[in-house]
Design a protein around this ligand. Structure first.
Ligand code: FAD
Ligand code: PYC
Length: 419
C-alpha cells in the first residue's frame, strides 16, 4: 500500500475515534456584524454561490449570508440532483447551459468534490405527439450549439434495457431525447463547497438567523431585521426558495409565485442497475441511482399550495405506480424514505432574477422544481446583478417586468416531470 494511502487511512481512523474534534472547520461561525456591503438572505446553494461569486468575480467580500436554519437545509439538501440544460427557449438554454459549463469545472474551481457525474439523461416519449415535442426541443437546442439527441426505440433500449419496452405496456415507449452531458451531482457538497469558498474569501456565513423584516425608507433598502438583531446594508439579495413571496410581502410588494410541496423518495440500496437518468413527463416520474445504490426518484408537484415541507400520500403512491409501470424490475424494492420541499413556481415555469420595486433590493426566486441544476449560473448572474445594479445579458429576460410586459418564457415542457 503506498505510504500516502496508509497515512490517509490511519488519519481517517484517528479522526473517527476522536469524533473529528481536531478537524478544522470548513467555514467560520461568526457573530453578525452591524453592517455589511451586501446581505444575502438564504443559505441554500444559490445564496452561497452568489456570495462566492460576489467575492471572487467582483471583489465584494464584506458580505453576510443569513440563513434561518442550517446551510443547505432547504431545497438544496432535499432535491434529487438532476443536472441538465435541455430547455426550449434561447434565454433559458443560454442560462442553463452557462450553469452546465460551470458544473463541468466546479470541483476544480471550489477544490471540493461535488461528485458531478455526467451519466446522460433520457426524456422518454410515450406517443408520436410527445416525440414531435421532444424533436422540437432537440433541434432548438442544437441551433444554440447545445448537445441533445433524438433516440428511437432501439437506441433507448440499448441505453437502458431494464425499461418496459412491451408494446402492450400501459405507457409504450416511442423514443427519447438524450442529453449526454446531463447527470447528477452531490447536493450537500455543492452548498458546502460554495460555503467554504465564500468563507475563505471573507464572507460571513451566519446560520440560525432568520430575516423577519426589511429596513426601507424613501423606496430604498438600508438593512434587515433578524432574530439576531438589525443588520445594515445598502444592498440586499434575497434567495429564499419556498419563502420568496413571504419575504416579498415583508418588503411591501407581491410576486407572481405559488408555493407547492414537491416530494421525492429513495429505495433501499441495490447493486448498480441504472447508469443514466430517466425522466418521463407523461407518466410523472424520474429516477436515477445514487452512488450508494439507492434509487432516487420523484414526481410532479402536489397541486395545492403549502408551506409545510411534506406532501400528500396520493402523489407518492402515483409516483411508485408510474415507476413500476416503466421499470417492472423495481416492483419488489423497498422504500427507505420519502420527503418533501417547498418550491416557488412562476406562471411560465421560469425564474425571476433581478431588481425589485425597492432600490438596492434584489430577488432571485421562482426556480420551481428545477433550480438545483442552475445553482452555479444563478449565483454567477445574481452576483453580477447585485454588484452592477443591472442584470447580466444572461438574466436580462428574467426580470419581474416580464409579468407586466407579457414577455413570458414558457418552459413548462422542459420543467416536466416536476412542472
Ligand atoms: P434553498 O436551498 O431552499 O435555500 C433557500 C434558503 O433560504 C433555505 O435554506 C431557507 O432556510 C432560507 N430562508 C428562507 N426564509 C428565510 C428567512 N426569512 N431568513 C433567512 N433564511 C431564510 N432542481 C433540479 O434542478 N434538479 C432536481 O433534480 C431537483 N429535484 C428536486 C426535488 C425536490 C423534492 C425538491 C423539493 C426540489 C427539487 N429541485 C430540483 C429544485 C431545487 O431543489 C431548487 O430549485 C433549488 O435547490 C433552490 O435552491 P436555493 O438555494 O434557492 O434554495
Ligand atoms: O428539473 O430536472 C429537473 C428535475 C428533476 C426532478 C425535479 N426537477
Amino acid at each position: 500500500m503506498p505510504a500516502k494511502t496508509r497515512y490517509s487511512i490511519f488519519s481517517l481512523v484517528r479522526n473517527a475515534f476522536s469524533y473529528h474534534e481536531n478537524w478544522e472547520e470548513a467555514w467560520r461561525s461568526p457573530e453578525p456584524r452591524p453592517e455589511y456591503d451586501v446581505i444575502i438572505v438564504g443559505g441554500g446553494g444559490h445564496g452561497l454561490a452568489t456570495a462566492y461569486y460576489l467575492a471572487k468575480e467582483h471583489g465584494i467580500t464584506n458580505v453576510a449570508v443569513l440563513e434561518k436554519g442550517w446551510i443547505g437545509g432547504g431545497n438544496t439538501g432535499r432535491n434529487t440532483t438532476v443536472v441538465r440544460s435541455n430547455y426550449l427557449w434561447d434565454e433559458s438554454a443560454h442560462l442553463y447551459e452557462h450553469a452546465l459549463k460551470l458544473w463541468e469545472g466546479l470541483s476544480q474551481e471550489l477544490n471540493f468534490n461535488v461528485m458531478f457525474s455526467q451519466r446522460g439523461l433520457l426524456n422518454l416519449a410515450h406517443s408520436p405527439h410527445e416525440m414531435r415535442g421532444l424533436a422540437r426541443r432537440v433541434y432548438a437546442l442544437n441551433l444554440n450549439g447545445i448537445d441533445s439527441e433524438l433516440l428511437n426505440l432501439e437506441q433507448v433500449r440499448a441505453m437502458c434495457p431494464i425499461l418496459n419496452f412491451s408494446p402492450k405496456a400501459r405507457y409504450p415507449i416511442y423514443g427519447a431525447s438524450l442529453q449526454r452531458r446531463g447527470g447528477v451531482a452531490r447536493h450537500d457538497a455543492v452548498a458546502w463547497g460554495y460555503a467554504r469558498g465564500a468563507d475563505a474569501r471573507g464572507v460571513d456565513i451566519i446560520q440560525n438567523c432568520e430575516v423577519t423584516g426589511f429596513q426601507i425608507s424613501n423606496g430604498k433598502v438600508h438593512g434587515v431585521e433578524t432574530t439576531r438583531g438589525t443588520i445594515r446594508a445598502n444592498k440586499v439579495g434575497v434567495v429564499a426558495a419556498g419563502h420568496s413571496s413571504v419575504l416579498a410581502d415583508l418588503a411591501g410588494f407581491r410576486l407572481p409565485i405559488q408555493s407547492h410541496p414537491l416530494q421525492a423518495a429513495v429505495s433501499e440500496p441495490v447493486k448498480p442497475i441504472l447508469d443514466t437518468v430517466v425522466m418521463s413527463g407523461a407518466v410523472h416520474v424520474y429516477v436515477s441511482q445514487s452512488d450508494k445504490g439507492e434509487l432516487v426518484l420523484g414526481a410532479g408537484i402536489d397541486s395545492y399550495n403549502s408551506y409545510s415541507q411534506r406532501g400528500s400520500p396520493k402523489v407518492v403512491e402515483d409516483m411508485f405506480g408510474a415507476l413500476v409501470e416503466l421499470f417492472p424490475i423495481f416492483s419488489r424494492l423497498k422504500v427507505l424514505r420519502t420527503w418533501g420541499g417547498i418550491v416557488d413556481v412562476c406562471p411560465d415555469a421560469s425564474p425571476i432574477i433581478g431588481r425589485t420595486p425597492v432600490e438596492g433590493l434584489y430577488f432571485n426566486c421562482g426556480w420551481g422544481t428545477g433550480g438545483f441544476k442552475a445553482t452555479p449560473s444563478s449565483g454567477w448572474v445574481f452576483a453580477h446583478t447585485i454588484a452592477n445594479d443591472r442584470p447580466h445579458p444572461l438574466n436580462e429576460a428574467f426580470g419581474l417586468e416580464r409579468f407586466s410586459s407579457g414577455h413570458l418564457i414558457d418552459e413548462h415542457g422542459a420543467a416536466a416531470v416536476a412542472h
